[in-house]
Design a protein around this ligand. Structure first.
Ligand SMILES: [Zn+2]
Length: 394
């Protein structure tokens, strides 16, 4: 994840629409499930001492690690020259142009001759900050967690008997921490015209929780830009102990590799469990990762991808709807519920003013949710309330 432009942006991460879990219709368990035992070794290795924070030559070694897994899974190389896509550039104003990084990608061909030219991209960036002033930045959450999702969703699809109707591309981006250089290069030099991409998914930091609070949330941004994607997002069953919170991407701007695709009006979804105090520090280590959460988010992404890959109607890009989404109030209400519960269980401590804010936002949002709609003025209040509330809590 790249650094935010202002201090308040991440506070807005909390402000979105939490999805209600679909009513209890029995759903057959997925054929194969991604487990803690599968995701953990990738994160421990890639965020371990051997990979030294995945920058420069260590970033190249990471690209090769991912490519080796794609090859072993029998997935086709995505690029003309194989699994790697060289990225030319100059690292500073005085340097000449050279290869400064590599994206890595593989393809699973769709089974339906009518739909296999349409592609869904599952992606994660694999680079991080390397070694700075003698300190290694391991980047376990940012973004070895996303790479584990990428590799294990690829395994799940490659090993499944039933192939999806649309094609799925698995892409690891390099140089995300350098102004999204890798994804910008990919979007400008894609293996097929980008109109064929019906959904772009990326995950960046999916192994911790917002502000280190005991919240079982994963935030999902971008669903407001495609009604079809939003519908499938809402109907895909959410794993136990995970809550999916929808956000409007306009609230946080460009924070990860979805930027270049959003700019080209490709429907997209961005998954993240949010920022925490160890973000972009040497303390972003594997022992602090919530491995069951990484597995849950990975399974949810795999299930959702399968649903989109098999649906009759192709997702289309849409502008953000003008009517405010009452789901945003529901999110804030559910988060304040979780905060009040956490205080009751003595997991967190709220000061007098904090408790006042939390309770006030809790009851006001309850009122909006019960009424079933939210005015433009109320949405403005909600935005300010979210900022105040979270400033006072963190
Ligand atoms: Zn980052």
């Amino acid at each position: 994840m790249i650094r935010r432009a202002t201090q308040t942006l991440s506070l807005l991460l909390i402000f979105g629409g939490m999805m209600s879990v679909p009513a209890a219709e029995p759903v057959a368990p997925p054929a194969a499930t991604i487990t803690v035992e599968q995701v953990r070794p990738h994160i421990e290795l890639l965020a371990g001492p051997d990979f030294r924070g995945r920058s420069g030559l260590d970033s190249l070694r990471t690209a090769r690690y991912i490519a080796r897994h794609f090859r072993e899974l029998g997935l086709e190389p995505l690029f003309e020259d194989g699994y790697l896509q060289p990225i030319p550039g100059a690292l500073n104003a005085n340097a000449g142009t050279q290869v400064i990084g590599r994206n890595v990608g593989a393809l699973l061909k769709g089974s339906d001759p009518q739909l296999r030219d349409e592609v869904i991209i599952i992606s994660a960036h694999f680079d991080h900050l390397g070694v700075r002033e003698g300190q290694t930045y391991p980047g376990a959450d940012d973004n070895a967690s996303g790479v584990a999702m990428l590799l294990e969703t690829a395994r799940r699809f490659a090993r499944s008997e039933q192939k999806p109707r649309r094609s799925i591309a698995f892409v690891g981006f390099d140089l995300e921490e350098r102004m999204l250089w890798g994804s910008r290069w990919f979007a400008a030099h894609p293996p097929w015209p980008l109109e064929q991409v019906k959904l772009f998914i990326t995950a960046d930091m999916i192994g911790r929780s917002l502000g280190d609070l005991p919240l079982p949330l994963v935030f999902v941004l971008g669903s407001e830009h495609s009604p079809q994607v939003r519908e499938l997002l809402e109907s895909t069953p959410v794993p136990d102990d995970l809550k999916v919170a929808r956000l409007g991407v306009d609230l946080i701007g460009t924070r990860s590799d979805y930027g270049p695709f959003r700019d080209r009006q490709v429907p997209f979804l961005f998954f993240s469990t949010g920022e925490h105090p160890d973000y972009h520090t040497p303390r972003d280590t594997p022992d602090r990762i919530d491995y069951p959460k990484v597995a849950r988010v990975s399974n949810f992404i795999a299930d959702l991808t399968l649903a989109v890959a098999n649906t009759d109607e192709s997702p289309q890009w849409a502008e953000r709807p003008e009517v405010p989404d009452v789901e945003e109030a529901r999110t804030l209400n559910q988060i304040t519920t979780l905060l009040l519960d956490a205080e009751k269980d003595a997991d967190i401590e709220l000061g007098g003013m904090q408790r006042f804010f939390v309770s006030q936002v809790h009851s006001k949002t309850r009122y909006i949710v019960d009424r079933g709609n939210i005015s433009v003025a109320e949405r403005k209040w909600l935005t300010r309330a979210a900022q105040l509330l979270l400033l006072s809590v963190f």
